[in-house]
Ligand binder design. Structure first.
Ligand code: PFF
Length: 472
């Protein structure tokens, strides 16, 4: 515990490894397992994947270090941390807008993220049911065609009340851990669930590699076809990199606020980014072979994991057990991320309104539940509702997709541009040099990326992503 400026004791990660596990837990989540393969599938495979990796290395990693650095220096909720760095640098406190936008974005993401968390719970239930009805050895519908399976399954997406109910349960579990605090709640989730997650991921990838279409997957994910790298594909890859690394929404500023002085931020940022990227690639290598082998469509978008994949499991030997383990694994990853998403606005409320943690968390969760219910219903009863449909990128999209696109393609890149300018140009050089843990040439390279490459590339990608016709 450390003393905050208000004199109250402030919760901290109990060790460096606890911070790493929690931050990796925040980064690794539905973004890697559900969103990455879906986006890669919908955006043409190899070109998307390779551009994504470049974004992680050249933009994501330097911004990740910038965010944790602000948080560690500020030792507060995100907006206050930014104000403290600004004040130490004799800059305007209004730079806190970058974190304020982040808090809002984290809240918006939380609301639809827990809807997806609810889908995960639903499939855990489906596979437990399958094991009871067809035993361990089989898939519930082994030997039947994909179309036949599709016809047999109740469609989750048509069932509004079920989705809202599951959303509620997932959010309630998230709330329980966040209400218990940083070292007593969030850290516990990460400590147990992340190791279990990694073991399951490796096991299921090996299973997929033997049973599925592995070489076809390698071709699909790593063949670079430059003509496929259009503006929207670049923006999708960039948005995915930010979503996956939890950047641009004050998430890593908030987690950095609980880090002690003795932790080297550059080293830990590199570990977080590598672990996150590895999991995204493993998820691709785990999912696509199963999907290809079952002859299902890779371009199914968000439905890939929640419609295509469960059907594939149900056709395979031991499919019910593997399906259950798969969705338990996804649930662990989702929970270690949803606690981070809830923590960002909760920490802000505690700081801003001096409300105790459990009550702050409950208020935020209640708001997220309301938005989440609207997002869940946008797949059925509210399917004709197209908020922001007048903006070309959101044309024809329901509320769920609008929340997802708005945060990943707007809030996150804009938050990151402001962070890069703030850390690269506005913040005091001595403070930055002292906090970042980099020396010599690496330090200069990082500074070059934050000052020049990140803002320029981010603005460029935003423009070509939003106005793809501009340079035709
Ligand atoms: N990085 C998480 C994922 O890939 O699922 C999502 C996320 C968590 C985004 C926490 C932002 C955040 F603050």
């Amino acid at each position: 515990m450390a003393l905050s400026q208000s004199g109250a004791t402030r919760d901290h990660w109990s060790s460096r490894s606890a911070f790493i596990l929690a931050a990796v837990g925040s980064a690794v989540g539905l973004g890697n397992l559900w969103r990455f393969p879906a986006e890669a599938g919908a955006n043409g495979g190899g070109a998307f994947v390779l551009f994504y990796i470049a974004c992680v290395l050249l933009i994501g990693l330097p911004i990740l270090l910038s965010e944790t650095l602000i948080g560690r220096h500020g030792q507060s909720a995100a907006p206050e941390s930014v104000r403290r760095v600004a004040s130490a640098s004799r800059a305007s406190p209004r730079w806190d807008i970058l974190a304020g936008m982040g808090v809002l974005a984290a809240f918006l993401i939380l609301s639809f993220y827990c809807v997806v968390g609810g889908w995960v719970l639903y499939y855990i239930g489906v596979f437990i049911g399958d094991i009871f009805t067809s035993g361990i050895a089989g898939g519930a519908f082994e030997g039947q065609s994909a179309e036949a399976v599709e016809a047999l399954l109740p469609d989750l997406f048509a069932n509004g009340p079920m989705m809202v109910g599951m959303n509620f349960v997932f959010l309630a579990v998230t709330l329980y851990f966040v209400a218990r605090g940083v070292s007593g709640g969030i850290e516990i989730v990460a400590n147990y669930m992340m190791p279990a997650f990694f073991i399951l991921l490796v096991a299921i990838t090996i299973y997929g590699a033997f049973g599925g279409a592995f070489t076809q997957t390698l071709d699909y994910l790593f063949t670079f076809e430059p003509e496929k790298l259009t503006g929207p594909v670049m923006l999708a890859a960039l948005g995915q990199a930010f979503f996956s690394l939890s950047l641009g929404v004050a998430g890593m500023i908030t987690y950095g606020g609980y880090v002690g002085r003795n932790v080297n931020l550059a080293g830990t940022s590199a570990i977080i980014a590598s672990a996150d990227t590895l999991v995204a690639l493993l998820a691709g290598l785990c999912l696509f072979p199963i999907v290809f082998a079952a002859g299902l469509a890779v371009g199914a978008g968000p439905g890939l994991m929640f419609q295509t994949l469960p059907h594939a499991f149900q056709e395979m030997p031991f499919g019910s057990v593997v399906g259950l383990l798969f969705f338990v694994m996804v649930g662990f990853a989702a929970l270690t991320s949803s606690v981070a998403l809830l923590e960002v606005p909760t920490a802000w409320m505690i700081d801003r309104f001096r409300i105790v943690r459990p009550l702050s968390a409950i208020i935020v969760a209640a708001g997220a539940m309301t938005l989440g219910a609207l997002a869940a219903l946008s797949f059925n009863v509210l399917s004709d509702w197209h908020p922001l449909g007048f903006i070309p990128v959101f044309e024809g999209q329901g509320f769920f997709d609008v929340l997802d696109g708005l945060t990943a393609k707007f809030f996150m890149p804009i938050g990151a541009i402001l962070t890069a300018i703030f850390v690269g140009w506005v913040a005091d050089r001595k403070l930055i040099d002292m906090e970042n843990g980099l020396g010599g040439a690496l330090h200069l390279f990082w500074l070059f990326l934050v000052r020049f490459l990140c803002p320029i590339a981010l603005v460029g990608i935003l423009v070509v992503g939003i106005f793809p016709g501009l340079f035709d």
